[in-house]
Design a protein around this ligand. Structure first.
Ligand code: OOG
Ligand code: NI
Length: 464
């Protein structure tokens, strides 16, 4: 249904991602340093590991690596979330997954907006981890009402951005000129504002309830709080960060270093303490304060796990954390890493075992030999692989991990919350406010896998 009058959604997403990266580089110079480090490490990793380059090329994802990043925002209201969904839809991004962070004492729940099809992801995989404040978890009722009033008074979108979203919906796309304008206008929503919309006393009260509440409520918009490039060797980047003047978080979140990377490993550098202007007692009077919210993060992506593989991952992570909980100050970082490594020995570490154990998703393709002698549809996939006619490459995990996300939030939030109620997941409320259901990530990986098997077995011979 592409219409040649319109700029493609993939192009808009790529342009938006690039514009956001340029803006964040200017706002947070350490992010630029991190990008350079990641580019150096990725180039060196590919040089030293031709097999990896080959596998990435076979799944069509080699070219996207250096373009790849995710960002994160935190929204205040369901209205903002619903509008954000429409904005992202113009760029071909849909909500995938529901993440309940309340289990970690963080008063938000989240989804990730991203492209859905493999082709679109390969064109540009930009994703945005998008959180919504759980106002129902604010313990103090008066504060809750105040939060509602402050949030009700703001509009985080420009008028032009709203107009262009409506136009895109009505026409089914945007002209190239409108597309350029759209990227510029939407970027405004993600911009940092150093002037708060609250006074110092209100900021303090919000902050005391939870630092995240102060971050979400005190400003004109949901400034992008980090942007994360994808690295092919997170241990190398973690090790090299201090050499470039960046102090990393104590432990890498997610699985340990492995021969076969699974899911997602992430680390970050601490949020900056930035000067902000808080409203003073008189009109147009300002008081200087400081706010800590924006940071940098890197990630290494591995294979997407099946429900069975994910369950094994969850249980091994829980087992690790029952033995040692990583301390925020890094004092037991080494012990944590050792136990993590030890416990994860129970997770098979060869592609063959992962595949045969039904733990991960793979994309199957014919080798040259397979193309020359195409298999018949009833042939057994494993025998074809053994005969060198078909190859299996891991499908990269495109989503997030709730325990890791909680760790990233917490490393930047410091002391425990005081004004937050305990609450369970609230997916139905989230989807209701979003205005649609969130997609199931497993179904997406499963479809890519089955389609690739279908192609392997049924595609006619390819003749030169
Ligand atoms: C989002 C933290 C989660 C990730 O990569 O898991 C996240 C936030 O701090 O707003 O970005
Ligand atoms: Ni992140």
């Amino acid at each position: 249904m592409s219409d040649s009058r319109f700029v493609s959604r993939d192009t808009l997403r790529a342009e938006f991602s690039a514009a956001m990266s340029a803006m964040y580089r200017e706002e947070v110079p350490a992010y630029g340093t991190l990008i350079e480090l990641v580019e150096d490490v990725n180039a060196a990793t590919l040089d030293g590991d031709p097999g990896l380059a080959d596998s990435l090329a076979a799944t069509g994802s080699l070219d996207r690596i250096s373009e790849e990043r995710h960002g994160a925002i935190r929204l205040g209201t369901g209205r903002e979330l619903a509008m954000m969904r429409r904005v992202f839809a113009v760029m071909g991004m849909v909500p995938v997954g529901y993440y309940d962070l309340s289990v970690a004492g963080v008063p938000v729940h989240s989804t990730a907006f991203r492209a859905l099809s493999k082709t679109d992801l390969d064109r540009n995989p930009f994703r945005v981890f998008t959180s919504l404040l759980r106002r129902d978890l604010i313990a103090d009722e008066a504060l809750r009402a105040e939060v509602d009033a402050i949030l009700a008074a703001r509009d985080i979108f420009t008028e032009k951005a709203r107009e262009l979203v409506e136009r895109a919906e009505a026409q089914g796309g945007l002209s190239p000129g409108d597309g350029t304008l759209f990227v510029r206008e939407v970027l405004e929503t993600f911009r940092w504002h150093d002037r708060a919309v609250v006074d110092a006393e209100t900021y303090e009260r919000l902050h005391r309830a939870h630092r995240l509440i102060a971050d979400i409520v005190s400003f004109r918009g949901p400034h992008i709080n980090h942007l994360t490039p994808r690295t092919l060797d997170i241990d190398a980047v973690q090790r090299l960060m201090p050499e470039r003047g960046i102090v990393p978080k104590a432990v890498i979140e997610g699985p340990p270093a492995r021969h076969c990377p699974i899911l997602l490993r992430q680390t970050s550098f601490k949020a900056l303490e930035e000067p902000v202007a808080l409203q003073g007692p008189g009109e147009e009077s300002w008081q200087t304060g400081s706010h800590t919210a924006r940071f940098g993060e890197i990630e290494q992506r591995g294979i997407a796990l099946t429900p069975k593989g994910s369950a094994l991952y969850d249980s091994l992570l829980a087992e690790t954390r029952a033995r040692v909980t990583p301390a925020g100050d890094g004092s037991n970082a080494r012990e944590y890493a050792e136990i993590l490594q030890e416990v994860f020995c129970a997770f098979p570490d060869s592609w063959d075992e992962i595949r045969k154990g039904g733990l991960g998703y793979f994309i199957y393709s014919r080798t040259q030999a397979g193309d020359a002698a195409p298999p018949s549809p009833d042939e057994d996939l494993e025998s074809l692989i053994a005969a060198g006619l078909v190859r299996a490459d891991p499908i990269v995990y495109e989503d997030f991990l709730p325990v890791s996300a909680a760790g990233i939030f917490q490393s930047n939030l410091g002391d425990g919350p005081v004004g937050i109620l305990e609450g369970g997941a609230s997916r139905a409320t989230f989807e209701n406010e979003l205005g649609t259901g969130v997609r199931d990530a497993f179904a997406y990986y499963g479809e890519i896998e089955s389609a690739s098997i279908e192609r392997c077995l049924r595609q006619p011979a390819l003749y030169e």
